[in-house]
Design a binder for this molecule. Sequence first.
Ligand code: SF4
Length: 349
Amino acid sequence: MVQSMTTTDTRDVDATVNQIARLAEAGCEVVRLAVPDHEAAAALKSILPRVSIPVVADIHFNYLLALEAADNGVHALRVNPGNLAKKDYIRAVVQKAKERELPIRIGVNAGSLEPIVKEQHPHDICAALVESALLNIRLLEEEEFYNMKISVKSSDPMTMVEAYRRVAAAVPYPLHLGVTEAGTLKRGIIKSAVAMGILLAEGIGDTIRVSLTADSVEEVTAGHEILKALGLRMDSADLISCPSCGRAEVDLHGLANQVEALIAKVDLPVRVAVMGCFVNGPGEASHADIGIAGAIGNYYIFRGEEVVCRVPESEALEAFKAELESFLAENESMLKDRAKNAGRDAVLV
Ligand code: SF4
């Protein structure tokens, strides 16, 4: 499942509801909200009836906020029991989570490890992350609470990868993956894709968040693309396009961007190719369902290896759009079967 987090002030109900609507529209499946004080916890009561996706309340230190968020209808809590100061407070949160059947995510972060853990592992962040996760897990298990999910995030992708591997080997709980403070749009996506790609390919990870210093909608788009590249999701169209080279005699980059926009709302896993030349293009895109390839001011539209028609460059986009619509209508059930064969069971937190 693809998650994101709001960047609005949770106390601003309208702004938060609007941002969640944008995230849901982009494909966000679970959203986390910061709940830093009682006003924010109270705002949840107004926010929750107006949103269409599950909401996780992110709480630090104050157990009363967790109780209030739970009573106000959130679907899950992100709270580290080790931060709640007293056993009685942990017990109260666990009791509430049990009553309301809420999962709890233990979210360990390299930037906010407990002092005792840092002292034990002064030069080994990975070991400290794992130790902190196991400590927090034990606190919940001691209360016979097992409906939990774990994250061990670091801003260093390979530290994060190793920490998740160790936690996955040590406990049976689902894992929420993330490279924390991953950076701005391009850098953040690359770091997240590398780290999550390794883990997901090894079968580790149940939900993901691509954490970006950018519009949260970008986090959602990137998350879906990562799952799609791994074959774990097939719920949208994929674009195959060549980089262009000296053989291309058309404006390939322009057409590729237009086709990308054209397929943005397609919710079937059709493979679309946009190639610069006809000599190599269809061959290089042989696994595409439908494609378009340039040829001296013209474009050929093809399905598989079969040419459907040749059109002048000025009419290429419209002609391709029409052919794509026909292809989707004729092949809907085949594409739905393809979509069914992707993915694994998802877990909510
Ligand atoms: Fe070059 Fe043609 Fe290959 Fe595109 S498909 S990279 S234009 S050879």
